[in-house]
Write a protein that binds this ligand. Structure first.
Ligand code: HEM
Length: 188
């Protein structure tokens, strides 16, 4: 019998996965092929999607504290179980690190006060006051440091996403365990 994640975990997993992919696609679009006039709206959308991911990641973590995930199918090698645990832990960490570094960088933007951020154009999303109120020199260095961190962590996102995907597909197709079904909506 397949032991599935709960419906909440499945919905959060796929919603977050799609939003992360969307945000990466947006981040690739503006330096590579978007016309200048669409760069600002794309960055604004990126920020709204990013803080939404932060909210969903928080829900996911709360769910995780209250629920033990279903055990791995039998027959996985010890190293595979350890690698999966480490990857999952790091994936949780980057779901927070990416939005938080982005939010801090954006709050340290020198024109942040004059260009408020709106969540999908609906309501004003707060910048971090502690950062906005720094003196201009410190603010610039916070902006550059967290901007560099945001970029650096994005490489970790690519690497972890790759490992996560290859691991799941190896179990599914080579080991022939019903791995994807565990995180796929369906009848219990
Ligand atoms: C999981 C969520 C997020 C992901 C996966 C993500 C991913 C990325 C990536 C891959 C880049 C390009 C880095 C580079 O090569 O320079 C980028 C840039 C950027 N991100 Fe994010 N990001 C996320 C959340 C956020 C949030 C929450 C904000 C702000 C509230 C934000 C603001 C920015 C800004 C301002 C840039 C640089 C734009 C420019 O080039 O001027 N990001 N992001």
């Amino acid at each position: 019998m397949i032991q599935r994640y709960t419906r909440t975990a499945i919905v959060l997993h796929w919603a977050i996965a799609l939003l992360v992919l969307l945000n990466i696609a947006l981040a690739w679009s503006w330096p590579n092929f978007l016309p200048d006039a669409q760069v600002r709206p794309a960055i604004d959308l990126h920020k709204s999607v990013g803080v939404t991911i932060l909210g969903l990641a928080l829900l996911r973590l709360l769910w995780r504290f209250g629920h033990r995930p279903p055990p791995f199918p039998r027959g996985y090698a010890r190293w595979e179980v350890n690698a999966a645990h480490a990857t999952h832990f790091l994936l949780y960490a980057i779901l927070f690190a990416m939005p938080l570094t982005g939010w801090i960088m954006d709050s340290a933007y020198e024109h942040a006060a004059a260009t408020p951020m709106y969540w999908f154009g609906l309501f004003q999303w707060p910048r971090l006051g502690v950062i906005m109120n720094l003196d201009p020199v410190t603010k610039k260095s916070v902006h550059d440091t967290f901007g560099a961190a945001h970029e650096l962590i994005s490489y970790l996102v690519y690497a972890l996403f790759f490992i996560h995907l290859v691991g799941a597909l190896k179990h599914q197709w080579l080991d022939r365990t019903q791995e994807l079904q565990r995180m796929w909506p369906g009848r219990r």
